[in-house]
Ligand binder design. Structure first.
Ligand code: SF4
Length: 55
């Protein structure tokens, strides 16, 4: 159970896309970003890639 095998992992940018991008403050304003994760991270929202194909 790791991000690298999770259905919500966006490998090209190593992002978790389980939820919509979240606001993040910047120097002169704000932007919205997906969280960056490591391939060997994990969380309780994990869903195997194959599980979403079967749903
Ligand atoms: S395991 Fe959690 S943090 Fe990692 S990609 Fe999946 S939903 Fe995101």
């Amino acid at each position: 159970m790791q991000c690298q095998t999770c259905a919500f992992f966006h490998a090209p940018k190593s992002q978790c896309r389980r939820y919509a991008p979240q606001p993040q403050a910047e120097n002169s304003g704000a932007t919205a970003v997906w969280p960056t994760v490591a391939v060997d991270d994990w969380c309780g929202e994990y869903r195997a890639k194959d599980a979403t194909k079967a749903a």
